[in-house]
Design a protein around this ligand. Structure first.
Ligand SMILES: NC(=O)c1ccc[n+]([C@@H]2O[C@H](COP(=O)([O-])OP(=O)(O)OC[C@H]3O[C@@H](n4cnc5c(N)ncnc54)[C@H](OP(=O)(O)O)[C@@H]3O)[C@@H](O)[C@H]2O)c1
Length: 382
């Protein structure tokens, strides 16, 4: 029995993870969960999966949980410390890191320091502090198994091959809802339009990131750290059908790809069962019924976020942390109607321009860059 902890259990990835657990009661148990504010769903999850320890973002939610659960109540914690305690709980073998945004960084680092293998959905952790996280994973003998479908595809396509034989990795991108929208209309996009993703049903922040292509940019930085690839050997190709989840090109011209219907339960189940495999509950791929698969270059004129992410990766130091934090502030401001859609990359760009970078070493130094960018982006909006 593999004992897992789910950070972000009430989110899109958390719910899909629990669906895989539900299919394999003899294989997985849930030792801990951490969530934010969705107490109603969390109560249902606790009743069904019986974790020993649960953490919520705000102290005020603890009483509500205790009242709702009565005698069935697990150990209840709150805040970042609570999420860290869930991540490091002794009985846990694997932590599914699926809190959204940089809020996932400290609990994920805590899990690695406690020697837990990580199923990594929270790409922002790698974007903000990729070097620190990779170094810690190596030191603690921890495997980071990607949950992002693209990185899971690359991880699987790399298996059994030598790093020196890889020419480049190629991330596929659906292109989001505005793939064919002219520039002048992109300017007028409203939150409700941007929240409708054509292929994936995801949390609000990543859905907006997919619409701006910042999600692909964050994935480029994530791929850099996960697969030890320089920026110029990480390609992006738009593939709107989302059947090929990503590829690896080798020096002999052979390209390995991983295919499947777009359903996050596949990469989640892969990370959970690793190094084995288990059924995930997704529909089987029928290529004859999939229609035509198409590919095109991403347009960084209409979607400058992807270019900004490459620039941040190349500039290194604290730039990726600043890119990520400014983007989080910009997405929240767009969803609140305080800035327009094209204001998102504009704000990220202006925040990066204002930054004087340093070489972060300790976790605090990465967090300092994140905090600086949040404050600066907030001032720029004001
Ligand atoms: N969804 C996908 O298909 C997908 C695919 C690839 C990668 N990812 C990555 O996976 C991560 C999660 O994405 P998602 O779509 O699942 O997001 P989501 O649906 O918005 O869920 C986010 C989860 O994080 C929790 N949370 C937020 N802030 C928290 C905090 N400070 N402390 C504890 N919990 C907190 C939320 O709790 P409440 O809801 O209870 O407030 C929720 O459980 C993101 O990094 C995303 O980029 C997602």
């Amino acid at each position: 029995m593999k004992s897992i902890a789910i950070l972000g259990s009430t989110g899109s990835i958390g719910v899909s993870t629990l669906d895989v657990v539900r299919q394999h009661p003899d294989r997985f148990s849930v030792a801990g969960m951490a969530a934010g504010n969705n107490i109603g769903l969390l109560v249902e999850q606790i009743r069904e999966f019986r974790p020993r320890v649960v953490s919520v973002r705000d102290e005020s939610s603890v009483e509500a949980l205790r009242d709702a659960l009565g005698k069935e109540c697990p150990e209840l914690l709150h805040g970042t410390e609570g999420a860290c305690a869930v991540a490091a709980a002794e009985e846990t073998e694997l932590v599914i890191s699926a809190i959204v945004g940089a809020a996932g960084l400290v609990p994920t680092v805590t899990a690695i320091r406690a020697g837990k293998h990580i199923g990594l959905a929270n790409k922002e952790t790698m974007v903000v502090a990729g070097r620190l996280v990779s170094d810690l994973a190596r030191q603690h003998g921890v495997e980071i198994i990607p949950v992002d479908s693209e990185h899971s595809a690359i991880y699987q396509s790399l298996a059994g091959h030598r790093h020196e034989d890889v020419l480049r990795v190629i991330l596929t991108a659906s292109g989001g809802p505005f793939l064919n929208t002219p520039a002048e209309e992109i300017r007028k996009v409203l939150p409700e339009q941007a929240l409708k993703h054509p292929k994936w049903n995801m949390g609000a922040k990543i859905t907006i990131d997919s619409a701006t292509l910042m999600n692909k940019g964050l994935e480029v930085i994530e791929a850099h750290w996960l697969f030890d690839m320089p920026a110029d050997r990480i390609g992006v190709v738009v593939h709107p059908q989302s059947i090929i989840h990503s590829m690896v090109e080798y020096i002999d011209g052979c390209v390995m790809a991983q295919l499947g219907v777009p359903d996050m339960r596949a990469p989640i189940a892969y990370a959970m069962a690793w190094p084995e495999r288990c059924p995930s509950g997704i529909d089987r791929l029928d290529l004859a019924k999939s229609g035509t698969l198409t590919f095109q270059e991403p347009d960084t004129e209409r979607f400058p976020s992807l270019r900004l992410a490459y620039e941040a990766l190349k500039a290194a130091r604290t730039y990726p942390a600043v890119l990520n934090a400014a983007n989080e502030i910009a997405v929240a401001a767009f969803l609140d109607g305080r800035i327009g859609f094209t204001g998102i990359p504009e704000l990220v760009d202006r925040t990066m321009q204002a930054h004087v970078a340093w070489e972060p070493v300790e976790l605090d130094e990465y967090i300092q860059a994140d905090q600086w960018a949040r404050k600066t982006a907030g001032k720029l909006i004001a």
